[in-house]
Ligand binder design. Structure first.
Ligand code: FAD
Length: 397
């Protein structure tokens, strides 16, 4: 079997390595001229994602591209501590990490390349078609690639999805936009690697100190109307710094100080989420990662879900003929994805609450945290481990 993989973000290189492990040859086609784009954006990779990468012996290479972040602490803007989150680490001591998105892409690409995965850059898919018993990918440069299966790992604006699920729901705005930054030379009294999340009065703020003292942070600002990226970029950085300071100074947290200690200059992102379409496959083409379902950044799970998808798909292709493997893969994944989506929606609602909604949120939060934020309540998410060696006999496992 030969696989054509579209997209070299997170899901694509992981799919290529997982397919190699089960003896399926693949070539990966990435639209950008290189694999590392969006240089400044930071992200967290959760322990379930790293556990999935361990199946491919790729978890250490990725963990070494970031820094260990084993603990999360949640706060209200009034300084009340809501609780903490310490997902179990892997048996070799690997914990959840923070890293630059570009470094995650680079680590996965390097790891895949050292294993002999073929990656062609500057190849943008424009059309998918079937020819006899094969599937054909057509590229913007006029070329094509032919395979037995085509895996669409081409992200939120997936071109493969237009073919597989033309009536798929559109990504929907989640009520928040945000940015991130790095503060140096700041004396902050917090343990390195503890991620603080502050549900503030006017905005949500996350920050963590690295061993070398640099503070990584991000902010989510509520806005009922989706802002256009150009609208955000049109406001001068100094004005934004002043505005962010105003939004955050009302809270009992170091957020405003961190903003002041960061040279102004921001890349903005607008949060979206997209429900998975009814079917994730059509003929010989199948969707994985954000191409299949966009989980908003608030879930902290988008990359981990993309990794788990890629590995489960390889398992199904190893154990079943294609016509059964693709539905089985969807069945294995969709319930988990729905739960991650629902969780992210809840977090987004909390982050975007204003006025009376925010007052109610603050009143209810401690109770909700006990119910939904405890380690036991989150075990289904963080303790999920793919049993790669067990044979898939149906979509139930
Ligand atoms: C601001 C922000 C913060 C985030 N924070 C987190 C976080 O903390 N934790 C977390 O787990 N997730 C986070 N995410 C989500 C995470 O980045 C995504 O879920 C993850 O990257 C999905 O991986 P993917 O491979 O499916 O898609 P992508 O990483 O988007 O990769 C898709 C790839 O396909 C390529 N491509 C697109 N179209 C074509 C085409 N037509 N032909 C060929 N190639 C194409 C793209 O260039 C890209 O390389 C965040 C996302 C954002 C935007």
């Amino acid at each position: 079997m030969k696989a054509v993989i579209i997209g070299g973000g997170v899901a694509g290189p992981v799919a290529a390595m997982a397919l190699q492990k089960v003896g399926i040859d693949s070539t990966l086609y990435e639209a950008h001229p290189t694999g590392a784009h969006g240089v400044g954006a930071t992200m967290g990779l959760s322990i379930n994602g790293l556990a999935a990468l361990q199946i491919l012996d790729a978890h250490r290479a990725v963990a070494d591209a970031g820094f260990s972040c084993p603990r999360g602490v949640m706060w209200l803007g009034n300084g009340r501590r809501l609780g903490e989150d310490v997902p179990t680490s892997l048996p070799d001591g690997t914990t959840a990490i923070q890293l630059l998105r570009a470094d995650l892409y680079a680590a996965l690409h390097e790891h895949a390349a050292t294993r002999g995965v073929r990656i062609e850059y500057g190849r943008r898919l424009v059309e998918v078609d079937h020819r006899g018993d094969q599937v054909v990918a057509r590229f913007a440069d006029g070329g094509e690639a032919v395979g037995d299966v085509l895996i669409g790992a081409d992200g939120m604006r997936s071109a493969t999805r237009r073919f597989v699920a033309p009536d798929a729901p559109r990504p929907r705005y989640c009520g928040i936009f945000g940015t991130n930054g790095f503060a140096h030379s700041l004396d902050l009294d917090t343990e390195p690697g503890t991620f603080h999340m502050v549900f503030g009065r006017r905005a949500f703020f996350g920050y963590v100190r690295r061993e070398d003292g640099c503070v990584w942070w991000f902010v989510n600002v509520p806005a009922s109307k989706e802002p256009a990226p150009a609208e955000l970029a049109a406001i001068a950085a100094e004005q934004w710094q002043h505005r962010l300071h105003e939004l955050l100074a009302v809270d009992a947290s170091p957020a405003a100080r961190i903003i002041q200690a960061t040279p102004p200059g921001y890349d903005w992102f607008v949060s979206h989420q997209m429900k998975a379409p009814r079917t994730w496959h059509r003929g010989r083409a199948v969707l994985i990662g954000d191409a299949a379902h966009v989980t908003s950044p608030s879930s902290g799970q988008g990359a981990a879900m993309a990794i788990e998808d890629a590995i489960e798909l390889a398992r199904c292709l190893r154990d079943m003929p294609l016509t059964l493997a693709l539905p089985a893969y969807q069945q294995l994944r969709e319930g988990r994805l729905r739960k991650v989506h629902a969780g992210a929606q809840q977090v987004n609602r909390s982050k975007s609450a204003t006025g009376l909604g925010r007052v109610l949120r603050d009143a209810m939060f401690p109770v909700l945290m006990k119910r939904f934020g405890s380690p036991q309540a989150l075990a289904w998410l963080y303790n999920h481990r793919i049993d790669f060696d067990s044979k898939v006999t149906s979509g139930m496992g």
